[in-house]
Design a protein. Structure first.
Length: 454
């Protein structure tokens, strides 16, 4: 078994080192230290596997180099830059007692403690950097690292629980399969990290993280419940019942934890409530607001908006530039545009986010089509009312400013003609002729106004 494991380890190391070298060459002149640290870690693990296969164990030199390789890997993954600098200094400081034990054996205990503390700080720094990544690919690479780290921790915690079993139960740890499980767990971390560096955001890491968190956590929880029952003096049967009762709550709770870890928040809840919110919306503005709020909640976005006919119909959140746009199409017609701002620390939305946005668009398309139709109908009614008001104002102005003075002039001409009949027939005829001309012009103007009202 040791020979076979050594062959597999050597093959994995060669393939991974070649892939890392190709990736580092493709990324030049960017920093290749993440790839170099990973390749070094594989070399250390391969050497350890060879020592075990030869029937021996790791020497003090190998243990020291292995510790330094792990800390260097945590310091520079995945960007190749040691950040933040206080953590980088702490990890470098931990290397002093680790390497010092090679000179003075009395530092062995101090070196072990320093490694454990530095490893925990380095893992915490990975979480800190995950929240501050500047690109989606880097965040996804860190998720791949977690994908290997979580089951590895689960295996070691499980082996620790087995060590608590009473003899002969503790003798199970001497079984070759448990040694194989520990070896696989040790290799899982750098292998997953390598996949993250090479694949980036293209791989299905998010659902895998959810599944691994839920599965690993549930197995450990069930085992802990079983051992807790035995420690309280329960019979194995009752301890098994307790373990079985813990399965469903653990699965539900840990799946929620996994979704929070993978997606910042799970999109399933907001998406499941979208139909209810759309059905309860009574106005086009409420429909647009429900869609915008669902987008923001499902993606954990700082800001999202719904744009209808080049007008922002609703906005959820406030901060962040909404750089991603998704067109909503219904029956072959564009009805709206969804605008989303990437999460804090990201410059673009991930592939998973784009699928979530597409799901929201498909669910909301009929409602947004109806909202757009209602908005257009309301705008048409408003334009009609505004046109009527403008026409009424124009007619009022025409009657007041045009026909009013004209009719008054006709009255003056008629009065003057009536007065002239007693003194001068010629003057009266002239005034009557002017009156007739004016009356004909006024009649023409009235016809024009009547025609404009049609």
């Amino acid at each position: 078994m040791e020979a076979g494991a050594l062959i597999v380890a050597a093959a994995v190391t060669i393939v991974v080192t070649a892939a890392l070298a190709l990736r580092a060459g493709a990324r030049l002149p960017q920093s290749p230290w993440a790839e170099i640290a990973l390749a070094s870690l594989f070399a250390v693990l391969l050497t350890q596997q060879a020592m075990v296969g030869a029937g021996g164990g790791p020497t003090v030199w190998h243990a020291a180099v292995s510790m330094v390789a792990w800390l260097a890997f945590l310091a520079v993954f995945p960007t190749g830059r040691p950040e933040p600098w206080p953590v980088a200094l702490l990890l470098a400081g931990a290397g002093v007692p680790i390497l010092g034990q090679l000179v003075w054996v009395g530092l062995a205990a101090t070196a072990s403690v320093a490694f454990i503390v530095a490893f925990a700080v380095g893992a915490g720094a990975q979480v800190w950097r995950y929240r501050r990544r500047s690109s989606v690919a880097e965040r996804q690479a860190t998720k791949w690292l977690l994908l290997g780290l979580i089951p590895a921790l689960g295996v070691f915690l499980g082996l620790g629980l087995l060590s608590l079993l009473p003899v002969p139960g503790a003798g199970l740890l001497a079984h070759p399969w448990y040694a194989a499980a520990a070896t696989v767990a040790m290799w899982a971390v750098p292998v997953a990290a390598t996949v993250g560096l090479i694949v980036g955001e293209r791989g299905p890491v998010d659902p895998l993280v959810v599944a691994v968190v839920a599965g690993t956590g549930t197995m450990l929880g069930v085992a802990a419940a079983y051992f807790a029952g035995l420690s309280r003096g329960w019979t194995p049967g009752w301890a098994t019942v307790a373990a079985c009762l813990a399965v469903v709550p653990l699965l539900v709770g840990l799946r929620w934890v996994g979704e929070r870890l993978a997606y910042a928040r799970g999109p399933r809840g907001p998406l499941s409530r979208l139909s209810e919110r759309l059905a309860a919306a009574a106005t086009p503005d409420e429909i647009a607001a429900a869609v915008a709020a669902t987008l923001q909640s499902a993606l954990g976005s700082p800001s999202s908006a719904v744009v209808v006919d080049a007008t922002t119909a609703a906005v959820a959140g406030g901060g962040g530039a909404r750089t991603h746009q998704h067109v909503v199409v219904f029956q072959g017609e564009q009805v709206a545009t969804l605008e989303v701002a990437p999460r804090a620390g990201e410059t673009q939305v991930s592939a998973r986010d784009r699928r979530t946005i597409d799901t929201v668009a498909r669910l909301a398309a009929p409602a947004l089509f109806g909202a757009r139709s209602a908005l257009r109908a309301a705008e048409a009614a408003e334009r009609l009312t505004r046109t009527r008001e403008e026409e009424r104002a124009r007619l009022h102005a025409d009657l007041h400013d045009d026909l009013g003075p004209t009719l008054a002039a006709l009255g003056f001409l008629a009065s003057a003609a009536s007065t002239a009949l007693d003194s001068s027939a010629a003057t009266a005829r002239e005034l009557l002729a002017r009156l007739e001309t004016k009356a004909q012009a006024t009649a023409g103007r009235v016809r024009e106004l009547a025609y404009d009202l049609r």
